[in-house]
Design a protein around this ligand. Structure first.
Ligand code: GDG
Length: 525
């Protein structure tokens, strides 16, 4: 694998910096000290690939495993003043010590912030903010966010040929709330900072769980960005309300999507994320995917298929989904033996106690339904566990009903992939608490994630809907998804930042001057 040093720079504008916990590449070192690189497959990585064709891109991420750390150390030892270039992208890995990383990731980001933002607490018992939590906050979360800011500033310095180009820093997600603050301390107002939240932003009430000092630190830092990006308008509105509620001196002046604070106006904008249409289409056609299609057809035979595809994650609401399926079979015996529920589940965070408990309960519920209804030939629920994206894409082509019922979800890309790929005019049952609801909701059967009975009824409606209606809905969903590729999501953000950086008096400007120009992004949720 070749990693190039800084090459001749041209005057392509702007310099775009992505900062995210997980990076686009992972490294493996062989016995001779040579590195091979593997590119991640997520939408963000793909979208970035497209972005990198047009702009110079620097990606700053955390080293995830020892070989990543070693790669960064080796590079730095040989090229102390240069940023490595991997497959056309400048890459810097932050290499915190393991204890800090565990505190930042395993004590603050995931158990605390993720749980708050997905409202997953069993409130009488959890969470408890302890001495250890505060220690993890200071020594882990703040520390690593500071390291990120330093790495961003350093990478920009090393990558930038001159000081004339706009610099846009796109900070990703809840791991990095404190980056805007630390970055401003180093570079001041010379760069555009946008922070995008992939996960939901709940209303003010939920944030009372976080102690005031932590809460205000997060909000203060986020408001040092020039713009906050959310999946939906609802998240943006909730953010504005949260700032108004908790921060002295924060006002919305009647706006639902901007906040005035300490002499600046900060925009909270919806940039609904999407999928890489071309790539998903292409993967769905590949031989491996077609083989899995046959495998799934073997499982379901001539029965109808209710499908779900999720990480094993309590916020995805699998247990209520199973209970709804059970209610369907009890209330509508005509479906017994004629429909199978297949759940494709990807292991995730299985080292966390709550996730293990949840998983045990999912399996128990599925076992109970199978023992109640199985007739020896037909097993009502099939749970297939594993990291197998081609199999997921195969199954999405075959569902009659796709169940997407999260308790809370920033967007939910399965709903979009399913809509794109399905070949049976399948119906999507969609939670009103998934971000995707704001784009797809009119053509799906909408449910409350708590309403087991409602979900059972929606399953029945989906299974018995007329062919015409199924076709109409399915065609409309395909069109909605096809109209917005993930590249546009990135471009809209870069465009808005560029507009703001070149028009200091634009609507997105951080100054308090009157609004004279309109934001460049066209799509909202
Ligand atoms: C965050 C937010 C937001 C399915 N099986 C496998 C597999 N998949 C794919 C799906 C889909 C993706 O993984 C999961 O999509 P999510 O939307 O749930 O995304 P997350 O990364 O979990 O989460 C979420 C998203 O960010 C984007 O902003 O939509 O709300 O929580 O594409 O088809 N992928 C792999 N193996 C599988 O077996 N690798």
């Amino acid at each position: 694998m070749k990693t190039d040093s800084k090459q001749s720079y041209n005057d392509r504008n702007p310099l775009v910096v992505i900062a995210s916990n997980r990076g686009p590449f992972s490294f493996t070192r062989d016995d001779d000290g040579e590195y091979s690189v593997e590119r991640g497959s997520g939408g963000l990585v793909t979208a970035l690939g497209a972005l990198a064709e047009q702009h110079e891109v620097v990606w700053v991420a955390c080293a995830m495993q020892p070989d990543d750390r070693q790669w960064q150390a080796d590079w730095q030892a040989e090229h102390p003043d240069e940023v490595a270039q991997v497959e056309g992208i400048y890459l810097t890995l932050v290499t915190p010590d393991q204890t800090s990383y565990d505190q930042y990731y395993g004590e603050i980001s995931n158990p605390l912030l993720w749980f708050i933002q997905h409202q997953m607490w069993d409130i009488p018992r959890h969470p408890s903010i302890t001495r250890e939590t505060r220690q993890a906050w200071t020594e882990g979360y703040l520390e690593i966010n500071r390291e990120f800011a330093e790495a961003i500033a350093e990478s920009v310095k090393q990558t930038l040929a001159d000081g004339e180009r706009p610099i846009i820093v796109l900070v990703q997600d809840y791991h990095l709330y404190m980056v805007p603050k630390y970055l401003r301390e180093i570079v001041g107002d010379t760069i555009q900072v946008q922070h995008f939240l992939h996960i939901p932003w709940p209303g003010p009430d939920v944030w009372r769980i976080l102690p005031k000092d932590m809460r205000n630190a997060l909000l203060d830092s986020m408001l040092l960005a020039d713009r906050l990006g959310f999946q939906t308008k609802r998240d943006a509105f909730n953010f504005v309300q949260t700032c108004r509620f908790y921060l002295e001196g924060a006002h919305s002046r009647g706006s639902r999507d901007s906040i005035h604070y300490q002499g600046r106006k900060i925009k909270a904008h919806a940039y609904p994320i999407s999928i890489d249409i071309k790539k998903v289409d292409q993967l769905a056609q590949e031989g491996e995917t077609q083989l899995y299609k046959s495998q799934i057809l073997n499982i379901i035979g001539d029965r109808k298929l209710i499908l779900r595809v999720d990480r094993i994650e309590p916020s995805k609401n699998m247990i209520r989904g199973l209970k709804a399926f059970q209610a369907l079979l009890e209330d509508h015996p005509e479906h017994v033996g004629r429909v199978s529920m297949v759940a494709l589940l990807v292991p995730s965070r299985m080292e966390v106690g709550e996730y293990q408990d949840y998983w045990r309960d999912v399996m128990a519920e599925a076992g109970f339904i199978n023992s109640q209804f199985s007739d020896g030939l037909w097993e009502p629920v099939r749970i297939l566990v594993g990291n197998n994206y081609p199999r997921a894409l195969a199954a999405m082509q075959l569902y009659d009903v796709l169940l997407v019922n999260p308790i809370a979800d920033g967007m939910n890309l399965v709903a979009k992939e399913g809509a794109l790929l399905n070949q049976r005019d399948g119906v999507i049952i969609l939670s009103e608490d998934a971000g995707a609801y704001y784009e797809l909701g009119e053509q799906t059967l909408t449910v409350s994630p708590f309403d087991v009975d409602g979900m059972a009824q929606a399953m029945h409606s989906g299974l018995t809907m007329s062919q015409d209606e199924r076709h109409e809905r399915s065609a409309a969903l395909k069109e909605i998804v096809r109209s917005a590729d993930v590249r546009e999501w990135f471009y809209a953000q870069v465009q808005d930042a560029l507009t703001a950086s070149t028009n200091q008096d634009s609507s997105d400007s951080t100054s308090e001057t009157p609004v004279t120009k309109k934001s460049a992004s066209s799509r909202t949720a």
